[in-house]
Design a binder for this molecule. Structure first.
Ligand code: LMR
Length: 394
């Protein structure tokens, strides 16, 4: 029977990881997968995470199951981190999931349980795995314009025009901050306009927030999500701890279902528990527990925030350096958007051929749509990248 299985398309981002690994050149530069790296090219275990792990090793007395929705200390801590006091706690049903991807998958599942005819709208472009999961689940998908290839900024008029066709009961997937793959983000006013439009259309906003703290800071990065949550009667939020706590392989994420009517929270909670049980039973705990320990302890939290802020500032400095270098080499402000974008990524607006030339000739690895991971750069590799971009004919 298994010989009936067909080859599956390879994930472009993961394929690039393999290609990079296999490249023997010492000068190669990895700007592919969205993993934070410091100037030495290392993805560090954050200091607060190490400290929490030590404490946990000393104090943990059992590895027995947690609840189906995970540890309430984790889901409550993440609710506060993402939503602040934008909505009352009793309006939020929440379940821990295996990473942000798990939360996205569970959100699609929940949406389909609520509306078997759901269509999910995603930005063009979006994280490729959003589309891949929807396809795998057989959920109809539509795209709305988002990125203006000419200016490398948000095409807000196009977005609003396309979202005008959204139907009641559709889900509209938004990126809370640090849009992946473009780096171009909605401002707060634009989030407000989108929220009003979705309210008018009777559509359900779903926010994927995987990079809180990597853009303009922990609070600023959550502002759009909080605004939508406080103005729309319902919202789904998939949040990841992979990047901002650096716990990628531990798979810590959370799905939140926010409803204005708190009386409806227990039903939503029961459904979140149910889909966890059906898909994998209990969510992983180790990463989630570290996160909850950090969020609950003043000293650990302060250290975590300080290190996250250092990472954010480092990425901002690399953005400035790259924009300046490209300004110097091209004599124009064509790439000025690199300094305006926020988060780990920028889409440079290069052709697939240019991207391939840079990989073959310069050993510079970026995703085929010309998405670069800013954190893959350092002060020495920025000029190398800038020169390669210009030499590729951009
Ligand atoms: C990325 O976009 O590179 C990250 O979210 C990692 C992944 O799983 O694709």
């Amino acid at each position: 029977m298994l010989e009936q299985l067909k080859d599956q398309p390879k994930d472009k981002i993961l394929m690039l990881m393999e290609l990079y690994k296999a490249d023997p050149r010492e000068t190669k530069v990895d700007l592919g997968v969205g993993v934070y790296k410091n100037a030495e090219g290392v993805t560090p275990v954050m200091r607060a995470v190490k400290a929490a792990e030590k404490q946990l090793w000393e104090t943990e007395t059992t590895k027995s199951y947690t609840g189906l929705a995970g540890d309430p200390g984790f889901t409550g801590g993440m609710r506060a981190l993402v939503l602040g006091d934008a909505v009352p706690a009793e309006c939020v049903a929440a379940a821990a999931t295996p990473g942000g991807t798990g939360a996205v998958r569970q959100a699609f599942d929940l949406a389909r349980m609520a509306n078997p005819d759901v269509t999910v709208w995603a930005s063009q472009p979006t994280w490729p795995n959003h589309l891949s999961i929807l396809k795998h689940m057989g959920i109809p998908m539509r795209e709305y314009r988002y990125f203006d290839d000419a200016t490398c900024a948000v095409d807000f008029d196009g977005m609003i025009a396309d979202l005008g066709a959204v139907k009641p009961g559709d889900v509209v997937l938004l990126h809370g901050c640090c849009h992946n793959p473009t780096g171009a983000n909605l401002n707060l006013t634009q989030f407000g306009t989108v929220a009003d439009l979705l309210n008018e259309r009777g559509a359900l906003p779903m926010i994927d927030i995987a990079y809180q703290g990597f853009g303009d800071g922990l609070e600023a990065d959550a502002a759009g999500t909080r605004h939508v949550a406080s103005t729309c009667p319902e919202v789904l939020i998939a949040a990841s701890c992979s990047k901002n706590f650096g716990v990628y392989r531990e798979r810590a994420g959370v799905l939140m279902a926010v409803q204005r009517d708190a009386a409806k929270t227990p039903i939503a909670q029961g459904n979140l528990n149910h889909i966890n049980r059906q898909n994998f039973s209990f969510p992983p705990d180790h990463g989630a527990r570290l996160v909850s320990m950090i969020l609950a302890d003043d000293a650990l939290r302060a250290d975590w925030q300080a290190e996250l802020e250092e990472m954010r500032q480092g990425m901002l400095a690399l953005r400035e350096q790259l924009a300046n270098e490209l300004r110097r080499l091209t004599g124009s402000d064509r790439f000025g958007f690199v300094a305006q974008h926020r988060g780990m990524f920028s889409r440079l607006g290069l052709t697939p051929e240019q991207v391939e030339t840079m990989r073959e000739q310069n050993g510079i690895y970026m995703v085929g749509d010309s998405r670069i991971n800013i954190a893959g750069l350092n002060a020495k590799t920025v000029p190398i990248l800038a020169r390669a971009i210009v030499e590729s004919g951009a």
